[in-house]
Design a protein around this ligand. Structure first.
Ligand code: NAG
Ligand code: NAG
Ligand code: NAG
Ligand code: NAG
Length: 509
């Protein structure tokens, strides 16, 4: 296999035009089909729409922690990578059963496998826990990818590398699932860290972190450092890892200052995106396009997902500035890999990507930037002679998602107490001494709308008027035609009448 592919590298060589100098050379880029399965990436944003009811569970500023919390004890408590998710070890039930649990800020149920499944090594056996109590209700959750069904219950859990203490937590015991557990993942459950509004079957099922804050008295804030930046997205050995700090901020995990953006609605962690830049070029779309129908920060989504219009504009801008003319569309839509000869890393040909977020002073913004190393992602060894990469962005039909691809550049603070999300440079987003992410501000937000999340784009008034006029014309036309047809109707025999009038209706349409 290696022989045939190395021949085709040269057959697939694409031209590359270099910079302003127009110096022309070729770099052996190969678009690699098949082998890598994009669908094996985790994508766990729930697709369900949640009715916008008040969850009745307002923010409470947690009292100060009773004991001394040592956040350093929680550093490096995560394993995994962006492709298969980041997970934390938990002890569930009494006596404790050890399980790995995926950290997902885009959903609100704590759910663990409670029955065997071919892709998982072990599961939570409720019969072996003396403290497990069934709530006698069933629950089902559908995600962008995969779904599960199970039974609601309550049990005691503790986190070996988390805050000291045992908590009584709502658990969904997963009894059946489809496309949820994937081959090669090393987790057996999911920890939904978003707000009660997303909890299933309804918001009365208190989410994990709400329970922790209430029972341990820790501050209503957690923070997340995911360390897979620049590492191979599917390498089996040496998972990248990271840290989930429950109850505060650990200063050793970031450099510089923390920039905050308001959480504009408490269901997902919804934020307001004001602007996107590819290289130095502003995409210049109406800022409401970036937030349609929402913009969220979600550790359970692998890629940076963009609304279709925005995605297309970004791909076009990248194509222009990447200097690679003949990129296969399969690369952009995630069905193909781009491969170069070993050592010919392509990052210098790609621009930086910047996302501007509303600052807590709403007349200002700040910018988070990722280098190409973060979104042109190496895939381990499909073939010994090539370095292959996938595109870390995808298009989305349900809003913009700042997923793991972007989060890996930053230490992200989920400051629920003050209803804001903080971003700081992650201490682990560094490769060969070079920082893979940047953060800058403040910038004036005077050039963007006061509210970029104000729902659907309004049709310009002129269009509304012309639609109304067209409707009036159509009605008049139908009446005229009916007047023409009706006299004939009396003369014709049955059958044919309906045919003719439906013909007319077709033409009017
Ligand atoms: C890729 O994913 C498809 C659909 O989920 C599956 O049928 C196929 O077996 C997978 N291929 C590999 C190589 O994993
Ligand atoms: C838990 O308690 C032990 C002993 O009191 C202490 O050393 C440790 O720092 C605590 N861990 C956390 C995360 O607070
Ligand atoms: C918010 O930003 C504006 C514009 O930069 C500035 O004039 C104003 O003083 C800031 N307000 C606060 C409270 O910092
Ligand atoms: C922006 O508009 C949305 C939808 O109309 C509204 O829910 C939200 O409160 C507005 N935000 C601000 C800051 O005005």
């Amino acid at each position: 296999m290696a022989h045939t592919t190395s021949v085709s590298i040269w057959a697939f060589a694409f031209s590359l035009y270099f910079g302003v100098s127009k110096c022309h050379f070729t770099i052996p880029l190969k678009i690699y089909p098949g082998t890598y399965n994009v669908s094996s990436a985790v994508d766990l944003t729930p697709v369900r729409r949640v009715a916008l009811t008040s969850d009745g569970n307002g923010l409470s500023l947690a009292s100060d922690p009773t004991g001394t919390v040592n956040f350093l004890d929680m550093v490096q408590n995560l394993q995994g990578d962006s492709g298969r998710g980041y997970y934390i070890e938990m002890s569930v039930g009494s006596p404790g059963q050890t399980l790995n649990i995926l950290v997902d800020t885009g959903s609100s149920n704590f759910a663990v496998a409670a029955a065997p499944h071919p892709f998982i090594t072990h599961y939570f056996n409720t019969a072996l826990s003396t403290t497990y109590k069934s709530a006698g209700r069933t629950v089902a959750v559908r995600y962008t990818q995969g779904n599960w069904e199970g039974e609601l219950g309550i049990d005691l859990i503790s986190i070996p590398k988390g805050p000291n203490g045992t908590m009584s937590i709502n658990i969904a015991a997963i009894l059946s699932s489809e496309g949820f557990f994937l081959p090669g993942v090393n987790w057996q459950g999911i920890l939904g860290l978003a707000y009660p509004m997303l909890a299933r079957p309804d918001s009365s099922v208190e989410p994990f972190f709400n329970s922790v804050v209430q029972q341990l008295g820790i501050p209503d804030i957690f923070s997340l450092q995911m360390c897979g930046a620049g590492l191979s997205a599917s390498s089996a050995a040496d998972p990248a890892g990271g840290s989930l700090i429950l109850g505060g901020i650990e200063p050793t995990l970031y450099r510089g200052s923390v920039w905050y953006t308001p959480i504009i609605e408490e269901w997902y962690y919804q934020v307001e995106v004001l602007k996107l830049e590819v290289g130095d070029q502003n995409l210049d779309l109406d800022c409401r396009e970036y937030n349609m129908d929402k913009a969220i920060v979600d550790s359970g989504t692998t890629l940076l997902r963009l609304p279709v219009n925005v995605f297309n504009a970004v791909v076009e801008a990248i194509t222009h500035s990447s200097l690679i003319q003949d990129f296969s569309s399969g690369f952009w839509d995630g069905t193909k890999l781009a491969c170069w000869m070993k050592g010919e890393t392509p990052w210098r040909f790609f621009p930086k990507l910047s996302i501007y977020l509303r600052a807590t002073n709403t007349s200002q913004s700040f910018r988070i930037t990722i280098l190409p190393q973060m979104y042109i992602q190496p895939i381990t060894d499909v073939d010994g002679t090539l370095d292959c990469f996938r595109f870390g962005l995808s298009s989305s039909a349900n809003g913009l998602v700042i997923g793991a691809t972007v989060m890996e550049g930053f230490y992200v603070v989920f400051d629920r107490a003050q209803r804001r999300l903080g971003f700081a440079l992650s201490s682990c987003a560094v490769s060969g001494g070079v920082a893979l992410s940047e953060i800058a501000g403040p910038f004036s937000a005077a050039d963007v709308a006061a509210n970029c999340s104000s729902g659907p784009l309004k049709e310009p008034l002129l269009w509304v008027i012309s639609y109304a006029l067209m409707a009036v014309c159509a009605v008049v036309l139908i009446i005229l035609l009916l007047l023409l047809i009706l006299p004939c109707r009396r003369r014709d025999h049955s059958g044919e009448i309906t045919d003719e009038s439906s013909l007319v209706r077709h033409r009017i349409k």
